[in-house]
Write a protein that binds this ligand. Structure first.
Ligand code: PLP
Length: 341
């Protein structure tokens, strides 16, 4: 398929309508066969459950062109599994995990012209999502659902090098203790919009959320997990029931241990400890790792020794190794790379 005429290097992170998307409907207790469609719109009742009670969950993953010209996705089985967990938590039917991977494959193949070429820094972002579509006015789960996947080409996350960002500690929480912080649901994002915009207005890039019960332990940001590096080179990542289990973070933990021979601690991390770390990064599908240079807690600044100019050395190694695996320059662990074509 011929590549679309797109200036790959200058794409941002914004929706670009592609040719085809996948849709499957759950009705009368079963999923239909599912199909690709050119129709990018959805028509529903004003009383649809998703509109009234936010019954919706989503995923995010990417397709890459490798150095040798294959098109691949990274660990889509984990996205399928996480979507199933998110759906179950909101009383939604589970979309079968093998069908999830098949649907991702179909969507990427049907939009091959939109998959950015190797070396452009751009990627194809894939957005699977599911929502309750029938009318619900008394509070209860929907009885009809749509599962959809669209994709959109997105530009290089770091244009002109990864500049460390500045966070502030948020007074508001993104998740409740024993709540829904560990599932990928739109409702967690609606909760975070006010404090995100407030952070931006105050000149910060993102919020650091602390544990909602005691505000003494590090959780995550609005859309990425934390990774810290100690002064003696250990990787530390917070563990909590209200953190979203990032696939990038879990992969970086394996990379740290298996490829770089680093010691990794997955444990509760007190905010008190943060000032003693040497490096800090945020991990998620969008950026892989974005370096954090500074964290501000009500006027008290924590400045990491890695500074505001570049990634710290350990985070850089983690970044280079994982992106090398995704782009086919470094041999991947078994099962990590799903070949589309
Ligand atoms: C999606 C998401 C992440 C990152 O997860 P990945 O699987 O690495 O993309 C982290 N935190 C939150 C709240 C998220 O929604």
């Amino acid at each position: 398929m011929e590549k679309k005429n797109i200036d790959w290097g200058n794409l941002g992170f914004a929706y670009v309508k592609t040719d085809k998307r996948y849709v499957s409907t759950w009705k009368d207790g079963a999923w239909d066969a599912g199909t690709l469609t050119e129709d990018a719109t959805i028509t529903m009742s004003e009383c649809a459950c998703v509109l009234q009670y936010a019954q919706t969950v989503f995923e995010g993953l990417k397709a890459y062109t490798t150095e040798d010209g294959r098109i691949v996705t990274f660990r889509p089985d984990l996205n399928a599994e996480r979507l199933a967990q998110s759906a179950a938590r909101l009383e939604m039917p589970v979309f079968p995990q093998d069908r999830f991977i098949d649907a991702v494959t179909q969507v990427v193949k049907a939009n091959e012209g939109f998959v950015p070429p190797y070396g452009s820094g751009a990627t194809l972002y894939i957005r699977p999502f599911m929502f309750g579509i029938n009318e619900v006015i008394g509070v209860k789960p929907a009885t009809e659902y749509q599962f959809r996947i669209f994709c959109t080409p997105v530009g290089p996350y770091f244009k002109g090098g990864a500049k460390p960002i500045t966070l502030r500690v948020s007074d508001l929480d993104r998740a409740a203790p024993h709540g829904t912080g560990n599932i990928k649901a739109g409702l967690n994002y609606a909760m975070s919009l006010h404090t995100l915009m407030d952070a931006h207005r105050a000149g910060y890039d993102e919020n650091m959320f602390l544990d909602p019960a005691t505000h003494t332990k590090v959780e995550e940001t609005g859309g990425a997990n934390f990774l810290f590096v100690t002064k003696d080179g250990k990787v530390v990542t917070p563990k909590s029931n209200s953190i979203l289990p990032s696939i990038t973070r879990r992969s970086l933990v394996s990379v740290a241990k298996e490829y770089l021979g680093l010691e990794v601690e997955e444990r509760e991390v007190l905010f008190e400890e943060v000032k003693d770390f040497a490096e800090c990064g945020l991990c998620g599908t969008a950026a892989v790792i974005s370096p954090v240079g500074k964290i501000v807690d009500h006027g008290n600044e924590i400045c990491f020794p890695s500074g505001m100019e570049k990634m710290g050395p350990t985070i850089q190694k983690l970044y280079d190794t994982l992106t090398g695996i995704q782009m086919g320059r470094i041999e991947a662990p078994t099962g990590w790379i799903h070949e589309i074509k």
